[in-house]
Write a protein that binds this ligand. Sequence first.
Ligand SMILES: *[C@@H]1O[C@H](CO)[C@@H](O)[C@H](O)[C@H]1NC(C)=O
Ligand SMILES: *[C@@H]1O[C@H](CO)[C@@H](O)[C@H](O)[C@H]1NC(C)=O
Ligand SMILES: *[C@@H]1O[C@H](CO)[C@@H](O)[C@H](O)[C@H]1NC(C)=O
Ligand SMILES: *[C@@H]1O[C@H](CO)[C@@H](O)[C@H](O)[C@H]1NC(C)=O
Length: 422
Amino acid sequence: MKTAALSSSSSVLRKIRLSPYLLTLLALLVLVAVLYGEEFFFIFGKPKIKRPDPPVSRTDHDKTERPPFAVGRTEEGCDVFSGRWVRDELNRPLYEESECPYIQPQLTCQEHGRPEKEYQHWRWQPHGCSLPRFNATLMLEMLRGKRMMFVGDSLNRGQYVSMVCLLHRLIPEHAKSMETFDSLTVFTAKEYNATIEFYWAPFLLESNSDNAVIHRITDRIVRKGSINKHGQHWKAADIIVFNTYLWWVTGQKIKILKGSFDDKEKEIIELTTEDAYRMAMKSMVRWVGKNMDPKNTRVFFTSMSPTHVKSIEWGGEDGGNCYNETTLIEDPTYWGSDSKKSLMKVIGEVFSQSKFPITFLNITQLSNYRKDAHTSIYKKQWNPLTKEQLANPASYADCTHWCLPGLQDTWNELLFAKLFYP
Ligand SMILES: *[C@@H]1O[C@H](CO)[C@@H](O)[C@H](O)[C@H]1NC(C)=O
Ligand SMILES: *[C@@H]1O[C@H](CO)[C@@H](O)[C@H](O)[C@H]1NC(C)=O
Ligand SMILES: *[C@@H]1O[C@H](CO)[C@@H](O)[C@H](O)[C@H]1NC(C)=O
Ligand SMILES: *[C@@H]1O[C@H](CO)[C@@H](O)[C@H](O)[C@H]1NC(C)=O
């Protein structure tokens, strides 16, 4: 051992001794450095200044470099998704419904007669730290020359619109636009050369519900392994925010197509919601690993958006739902319907095997408390209401989607926190 080490180090010495050119070069460099000081570093690249290590225990992001887009970090060990709602009359909402022209009429609750605005005045307060203030200037600057994309279902569209509403005020009228091309909606901030986009893909995989307008299909079929069908349109994104959940929860097994939708004889198998969902999650993780660059891009996944369709789940009257609800659920252990739990487990399992660091926006629990925040009956109706419906408003209340401004602005405050202060 000892001899080997000695002989190898002496061979290094010998090599150096045998290389007079190298010695001359070194001497020259030292001379230049002494003569020109700082400028030497300018010519040859600045030395890495070693900052003293912070006196904290090492966690995941200590081991890796700063993720793309990060400008700071959240307090060590703070789970921003664990917290409580606090009243904030002063700073919430973050914008007014009437000043954001991009909110679709399915989400403009005030315009459609909601009699109060209580739901707009809540702020999420994590237990362990405070959320950074949403800074639209910072967000737009960081998006300069970039493409941010939301991919998923109508819940994700709501989060997308909320994001546009949070940013658009800083952009003059002539320098912004929103256009829709089939499955893709693009908000452009011209002076920033930035786009914020939404891509409709409720299952992420190809399905018979992919038409962006006509997709109310009860007999849903999803094609196995078909993520590239939509994925080809996401490749150039710098930031992607995925979601998918509600379309998988049908109370029945999910039909999975093995060949192509064009096959005359279709080979279809049926999977439980959990198995079908796992299949989709795996496809997504694989797609991200193949197509996204961890050094320059970020990928998020927004967890299940809860519904409030049965009052008995929170101790209300039988037959009731989110209609006429204006207060929050106060039981901190409240979870609601169970299907979310098994799918949450699937997400945890699949993501733990992802090499690409997908940032999980775990908004399910904090949204569970918000039975007051749904659009309920205060939205544009697709069809005229019948007498029977009008006599019983709960029968047509939408307890899935959320009023804007409202809950989904908080999802974006959390996205902001995870993007810039991971
Ligand atoms: C928001 O971000 C901009 C750009 O980074 C910065 O100049 C400004 O001070 C920030 N505003 C607040 C209130 O933190
Ligand atoms: C605008 O951004 C795109 C990427 O989204 C980039 O390819 C293009 O070069 C940029 N154009 C300008 C003028 O900066
Ligand atoms: C709505 O709730 C209030 C109290 O929270 C109650 O007084 C009222 O009767 C309810 N209205 C309907 C139509 O259920
Ligand atoms: C998300 O949060 C809930 C409770 O807030 C927790 O039970 C669940 O395990 C979390 N999910 C993941 C995948 O971390």
